[in-house]
Ligand binder design. Structure first.
Ligand code: DAH
Length: 330
């Protein structure tokens, strides 16, 4: 049985060892064959024969078990080596995305008004004359309707020049009281450092029973809103004109670049204009069939807010898609 032992010791892998196992210990293996010879052994010698066989079998089994452990350990070692992870190697860094500064600013604005229970409304970008102009008390001869500002389609449709038509659509669809904002994309024929043909606005409208909505309410909410957006700034209301509000005001904040000292960006006035607002003109209510109501409205340009908040000098750079600019806002 010595060469059998040799076979076990020479097995250099688990597969080979398995073959050896079948060859030796299997049903038709060498050992089984030896036991089969028992029949031919004469009676008195049977005992000694069996003892000898069992001894040899036990010895072989022991060698086998030892060899198995060795080969198994080697196998584990090899697998561990091949699957080893070098934690000092550089990984591939996942690029983290971020919101575009205009959308981030939009979200911040929306968050403020949603917290005050304003509904978020929307309307179509392709508008008609009635919603974009007529119902907003913009008479036919008003300069805002000039071909220079508005993109018209041949069929008389147009790209909305502001989000104010959403005021009209919402009032036509619902009954007062109304408390809404309308964030959205708007279009004008304009292109320079502070204007792009496509930009974003947020419109606001509050309507309630006559006498319930005042200019003081408007002033309070917008002052708080602007301080939420820009921090510790002064806010002032300047008389102005919009066809859809009367009285109307433009709202300025103290210049965030020079803190009111006067610089190039605020044209040495110490103030930056940030939005338009006013008390809803009775003609607007008339055009949607509202009676005995009062209301205020406001509208602002989101890009202008983003430019001021991030101190971006050229508006056009926001829409060039240059990844180097966008990466600064991650
Ligand atoms: N629609 C105006 C614009 O595009 C902004 C605006 C001003 C909206 C005053 C208003 C408002 O609702 O009351 O310039």
């Amino acid at each position: 049985m010595e060469n059998l032992e040799e076979k076990i010791l020479q097995a250099d892998s688990l597969e080979v060892l398995e073959k050896v196992r079948v060859e030796l210990f299997g049903k038709k293996g060498v050992i089984a064959a030896q036991f089969a010879k028992m029949k031919e052994v004469p009676g008195p010698e049977k005992k000694a024969f069996a003892e000898g066989l069992n001894k040899s079998k036990a010895a072989l089994q022991k060698s086998f078990d030892t060899r198995f452990e060795v080969l198994k350990a080697e196998e584990i070692e090899r697998v561990l080596k091949s699957e080893e992870i070098d934690v000092s190697l550089y990984g591939s860094l996942a690029q983290k995305g971020a919101l575009h500064p205009v959308m981030e600013t939009m979200d911040k604005i929306i968050d403020y008004f949603v917290a005050l229970n304003f509904a978020v409304e929307s309307g179509p970008m392709v508008e008609d004359d009635f919603h974009n102009f007529e119902a907003l008390n913009l008479p036919k001869y008003h300069p805002a309707r000039d071909m220079q500002d508005t993109f018209y389609f041949n069929d008389g449709g147009l790209l909305r020049t502001h989000t104010s038509p959403v005021q009209i659509r919402t009032m036509l669809e619902t009954k007062p009281p109304i408390r809404m904002i309308a964030p959205g994309t708007v279009f004008r024929r304009d292109f320079d450092v502070t204007h792009t043909p496509m930009f974003h606005q947020v419109e606001g409208l509050v309507v309630d029973a006559k006498g319930k909505v005042s200019f003081a309410n408007l002033k309070a909410i917008l002052t708080d809103f602007l301080q939420y957006m820009f921090g510790e700034v002064e806010v002032r209301f300047r008389p102005s004109f919009f066809p859809f509000t009367e009285p109307s005001a433009e709202v300025d904040i103290s210049c965030i670049f020079c803190e009111g000292e006067g610089c190039r960006i605020c044209s040495h006035t110490g103030w930056l204009e940030v939005l338009g607002c006013g008390i809803v003109d009775p003609n607007v209510f008339k055009s949607v069939g509202y009676e005995d109501v009062s209301g205020y409205a406001f509208g602002l340009g989101v890009e202008r807010f983003a430019m001021l908040m991030h101190k971006i000098p050229d508006l056009r750079s926001l829409f060039e898609g240059d990844i180097r600019l966008l990466e600064q806002f991650r």
